[in-house]
Design a binder for this molecule. Structure first.
Ligand code: HAM
Length: 420
């Protein structure tokens, strides 16, 4: 029969015992570590659907963004309704809070899940990828900004990220953003024939996106372009400087060309990058979106958030996997040995740091030990007919080829596993 393949840019994540280099292992461990960090900031979990009305993304992420323009997975459902797989999490969170009439209070949320963007796949860029997101809702500019950066710094240190850099910028409010866009357009339009097709298109749809251009020619042209820093208020400038002073010149860089590819941002924006990632160097990004609640029909609610690309951050974490001792539990019998199985069951409650893998297939001792070694078990606990009858177990260390196996009674076994 012909085999069926996965879709382009969509990965299977399959973890393996004891393999530090396995990306799935790293991803799952990273997710657990991030949740611990989020909880330490008093964030609560929120889960929203993967599918939403297409309109939600048009009105938030925006029609001028690549994400909506080119990358949205949109389908007609059986009722001919246009629905989209979410390309990011913020729009769904804001929709949910408005819909549940919770937009009269403040909230601190985290979420984690798959996002979909129809991009050209390459290292660090997938069509289905995972994000962990944070949204602080109902908090005006100020301390919430410091809280976001503080969280990024804790993430960097807990996940032992090499060479992190945090770029920050301020887009001003809607009026400032509009005035700057006009100035940039006035500067670029007379020389627009020098732009490549992509940048020309950006100039027409959203001039600020030209600042994001990777084309060296465009970057040369931009050297003399108006700077957003000349348009923003003194308060905004002082916020950027306070953040730089608070968290250090080495880590924080004010980058007036930082724009972000989503339309809902106003005010403070940021991205964390690491040169170890290659071309797709940003492992998280976010910013303030004080207008979005109103744009989606809710009350006026200031908000700031960020999302972390899990595959990318897992690729650069240097944190070694949490070590748990794996014990392979071998029962040598062709029938169900309830007494032997109960020992394995009880051992698990003795020590949370243990992994007890009961071998479930009936095979020889030799092949069960081979399996235990393949799974990187530290010990094998073996119960043959004699042991089961005499309430004893054999414990064999697999860490050392020369070690003998020891015979223990059940209470000695419990003492032994408590020490692991
Ligand atoms: P974003 O910058 O579009 O922001 O995505 C955040 C992160 O997701 C990126 O920095 C990157 O690490 C990862 N990412 C994006 N696209 C891909 C892809 N195709 N493959 C792998 N990883 C990817 C947002 O999504 C906003 N919702 C962040 C936010 C939350 N702003 C306010 N609240």
């Amino acid at each position: 029969m012909e085999k069926i393949h996965s879709l382009t840019g969509m990965m299977d994540l399959i973890s393996e015992n004891g393999l530090e280099s396995n990306l799935a292992n790293k991803i799952f461990d990273t997710e657990k570590e991030l949740i611990k960090i989020f909880e330490s900031y008093s964030l609560k979990e929120i889960r929203t659907p993967s599918l939403e009305n297409e309109q939600l993304f048009n009105r938030s992420v925006g029609n001028s963004s690549d994400i909506v323009n080119k990358e949205l997975y949109t389908f007609k459902d059986k009722n001919e309704k246009s629905i989209s797989l979410r390309p990011e999490g913020t729009a769904g969170v804001v929709r949910a809070i408005i819909e549940k009439k919770l937009d009269n209070d403040n909230h601190r949320f985290w979420y984690m899940g798959s996002m979909w963007r129809y991009e050209r796949p390459q290292k660090g860029r997938y069509r289905q990828f995972y994000q962990a997101g944070v949204e602080l809702l109902g908090f005006p500019e100020g301390l919430a900004e410091l809280e976001m950066i503080s969280m990024i710094i804790l993430i960097n240190s807990r996940l032992e990220i090499k060479n992190p850099k945090i770029k920050i910028n301020h887009l001003g409010d809607k009026n400032v953003k509009d005035a700057y866009c006009d100035a940039l357009k006035d500067y670029l339009e007379p020389i627009s024939s020098k732009l490549d097709e992509k940048d020309f298109d950006r100039l027409n749809k959203n001039p600020m996106r030209v600042l994001d251009s990777k084309n060296p020619e465009t970057q040369k042209i931009l050297k003399n372009a108006p700077k957003i820093s000349d348009f923003i208020s003194d308060d905004a400038k002082s916020l950027l400087n306070t953040i730089k002073k608070t968290y250090g010149e080495d880590l924080i860089e004010i980058d007036s060309n930082l724009v972000r590819g989503l339309d809902y941002y106003t005010g403070f924006i940021f991205e964390a990058v690491s040169e170890d990632l290659g071309a797709q160097d940003s492992y998280l990004g976010g910013g303030r979106y004080d207008q979005l609640f109103e744009d989606l029909g809710g009350k006026k609610l200031p908000a700031i958030g960020m999302a972390i690309g899990i595959e990318r951050i897992a690729d650069i974490t240097q944190k070694s996997q949490e070590k748990k001792t794996l014990i392979s539990f071998i029962i040598l019998s062709d029938k169900i040995e309830q007494k032997a199985y109960k020992i394995a069951h009880d051992l698990r409650s003795r020590n949370n740091n243990l992994i007890i893998e009961v071998q479930l297939l009936d095979s020889s001792l030799k092949s069960k030990l081979r399996r235990a070694n393949k799974d990187n078990a530290s010990y094998a606990i073996i119960l043959g007919k004699d042991e089961i009858e005499s309430d004893k177990v054999l414990v064999k260390s697999l860490l050392d080829d020369n070690s003998d196996q020891r015979e223990l009674n059940v209470s000695e076994l419990e003492d032994f596993v408590s020490t692991l």
